[in-house]
Design a protein around this ligand. Structure first.
Ligand SMILES: [Fe+2]
Ligand SMILES: [Fe+2]
Length: 279
């Protein structure tokens, strides 16, 4: 199976970038399933129904979230109605978080893809243990049996925690992908057990920015320690950043992982693939 994951969509620039590039990427790469982290899609903070619809219309099959899940309050009710939108799995039971933290999707070809969204605990607001939470999901929906592919979005600050999650899921997921830092990392690989892994997918954002935000306010805060306004998403053309993964149809494990960077300022790369097999 050919699938792709794109990192945090930041504001209008990220949405427009994905709308400009995803339809052609889907065709060119023969993508059967596409997941996108959308925690910063609505003006840089959270997700709204109208923004989510734009991303689904552009070709996303699933949207994941993160520490900004509920910045737009309508997300609390929208997520109950929209099963393609998932939030971090590891909320404490007593928080009664709306929506789901994992979802099994069926592709147009009738294959099943499990997507799990997790929130790390290092240098972040600590939820329940993401390792215990993902362990339960992977046991309940094993790769190569109940799921033809498994994607784990580990939304976390610390590279160490993300890398540890990659190894924890190795052999049980097709792809473990980090999000949240908004910078694509150069450590994409197939782990020894067969899971594709990259510490951060990067963002779909204008990279003439500070992690997707206009530069003035972050620079002011770093240099003067005085806040004089809100962060606003940068508005130049986005680089759409993500990864392309090919899985083995029998095992669901990864055979290939390649970075995708298209549009905007970053060095461009789109994988060369054989002509897509028609669905
Ligand atoms: Fe983000
Ligand atoms: Fe985040």
């Amino acid at each position: 199976m050919r699938l792709a994951f794109f990192g945090d969509v930041v504001g209008r620039s990220g949405c427009e970038g994905l709308k400009d590039h995803l339809p052609a990427l889907r065709r060119r790469l023969g993508l059967e399933f596409v997941a996108v982290n959308a925690e910063n899609a609505a003006a840089g903070f959270g997700i709204t129904e109208s923004t989510a619809r734009e991303l689904f219309d552009a070709g996303a099959d699933c949207l994941t979230l993160g520490n900004h899940s509920w910045d737009q309050k309508e997300a609390l009710t929208y997520i109950v109605r929209e099963s393609r939108l998932i939030r971090p799995l590891n909320y404490p039971r007593l928080s009664d978080a709306p929506g789901r933290g994992a979802q099994l999707f069926t592709t147009e070809r009738g294959r099943h893809v499990l997507v799990v969204n997790l929130l790390g605990r290092v240098h972040m607001e600590a939820l329940d243990c993401p390792f215990a939470a993902v362990d339960r999901e992977l046991e309940a929906c094993p790769l190569g049996a109940a799921a033809d592919a498994v994607i784990v979005d580990m939304h976390a600050e610390a590279t160490s925690e993300k890398m540890a999650m990659g190894h924890f899921c190795d052999g049980r997921a097709s792809l473990v992908i980090g999000t949240h830092s908004h910078v694509p990392t150069a450590d994409g690989q197939i782990l020894p057990g067969g899971s594709a892994y990259q510490t951060d997918a990067g963002a779909c954002a204008d990279y003439d920015s500070v992690i997707g935000n206009q530069k003035d306010e972050p620079l002011r805060r770093f240099t003067t320690r005085i806040s004089q306004g809100r962060f606003k998403p940068a508005e130049g053309p986005a680089t759409v950043c993500g990864v392309y993964v090919e899985t083995d149809d029998a095992t669901g494990l990864a055979r290939r992982l390649e970075p995708i960077r298209i549009g905007g300022r970053l060095a461009q790369t789109v994988p060369m693939v054989a002509e897509a097999v028609r669905a």
